[in-house]
Design a protein around this ligand. Structure first.
Ligand SMILES: Nc1ncnc2c1ncn2[C@@H]1O[C@H](COP(=O)(O)OP(=O)(O)OP(=O)(O)O)[C@@H](O)[C@H]1O
Length: 308
């Protein structure tokens, strides 16, 4: 199936001469949740803003469901909802008015039933007559999402959707975003909370210094780059790793009581049995052992560090 968003050779140089995007190629599949990760200043907002037609590209092309964002901007834009990073709502309007007005901006005829559904889905229905300025920060953020959904977009961009939102509300928003995906909306989000990507995303893209350094199915990424750690609690502390074990990827904790062995999750041959035999041969006994898998966060940090 044709990707819903196709980015080719996209470059952006700002008026200051700073090149924020350095030739981006990216395909976003229909109906997925795509998480764009990257350190501060990597180009996430620039990329999103360019695809949404807010920032003009210096070179390259973007098509949204086959519509070129420059030649066919109106059709492309009507398919997109954008929730920007900053809260920008009309403080004196009611929730109902501001969300209905957003729909009108896209030239769509009024549809109170749709607005009602959006507000109910976002748990804002009982606030529909409140002035936006009287809402909490988390509610204002949901009003931003309601505005972005008012014209029934097929693609929703969320730039840092849960920044500054408390843990409980964040979970609620993840759930809501999951429902949106289930209803067929393609979702692209940027986030600093790697846990958010780990929890929700189908695909992960990592951008660093204006270049996409990786795009991968989340599950495959975790399998491919994930490491497992086996930690052995030693019966008697060691001063150092014995010379006979020098060839093994082992580290010893500062107090000499824990020996940690790392191995690739994708390897069938973990080497654990051999290691344990070897430890037995050298009279190194352990009282306990446990394994853990590396998180997306660790994978991300090592990826960005590698390219820095
Ligand atoms: N209008 C502008 N003029 C000049 N430079 C800009 C402009 N907007 C952004 N930049 C620069 O482009 C780079 C990328 O910025 P961008 O906002 O896209 O990063 P980001 O990945 O979204 O960062 P963050 O995670 O901090 O939101 C930064 O170095 C930024 O200073």
């Amino acid at each position: 199936m044709q990707p819903i968003i196709q980015v080719r050779g996209l470059e952006k140089t700002y008026a200051t001469g700073f090149q924020a995007l350095k030739g981006i190629d990216l395909d976003i599949r229909r109906g997925e949740i795509f998480a764009l990760l990257g350190p501060n200043g990597a180009g996430k907002t620039t990329l999103i803003s360019t695809v949404c037609g807010i920032v003009n590209a210096t070179a390259g092309t973007v098509t949204v469901d086959g519509h070129d964002i420059v030649r066919d901007w109106r059709a492309a834009r009507s398919l997109i909802g954008l929730v920007p990073q900053e809260l920008t709502t009309e403080a004196f309007e009611s929730v109902w008015a501001t969300v209905s007005f957003s729909r009108g901006l896209f030239g769509k005829p009024p549809d109170p039933a749709h607005i009602e559904k959006v507000l109910k889905d976002l748990s804002l229905w009982n606030k529909k007559d409140s002035k936006v300025m009287a809402l909490s920060g988390g509610m204002k953020r949901r009003v931003m999402i309601a505005k972005a959904l008012s014209h029934e977009p097929r693609i929703l961009f969320l730039d840092e959707p849960t920044a500054g939102v408390d843990v409980e509300l964040r979970r609620g928003m993840w759930e809501m975003i999951g429902h949106l995906r289930d209803s067929g909306v393609t979702i692209i989000l940027t986030t600093h909370y790697i846990e958010e990507a780990e929890e929700m995303a189908d695909s992960i893209g990592v951008i660093s210094n204006g270049r996409i350094v990786l795009v991968e199915d989340k599950a495959a990424l975790m399998r491919k780059l994930g490491k497992r750690l086996l930690t052995l609690q030693l019966q008697n502390p060691l001063e150092s790793i014995p010379a006979e074990l020098a060839g093994y990827p082992l580290t010893l904790s500062g107090d000499g009581r824990e020996l940690v062995y790392s191995f690739d999750t994708q390897d069938d041959q973990t080497g654990i049995a051999r290691l344990l035999r070897k430890l037995g041969d050298h009279g190194i006994d352990f009282t306990n052992l446990h394994t853990e898998e590396s998180s997306l966060e660790e994978i991300f940090v090592s990826l960005v560090k590698e390219r820095a």
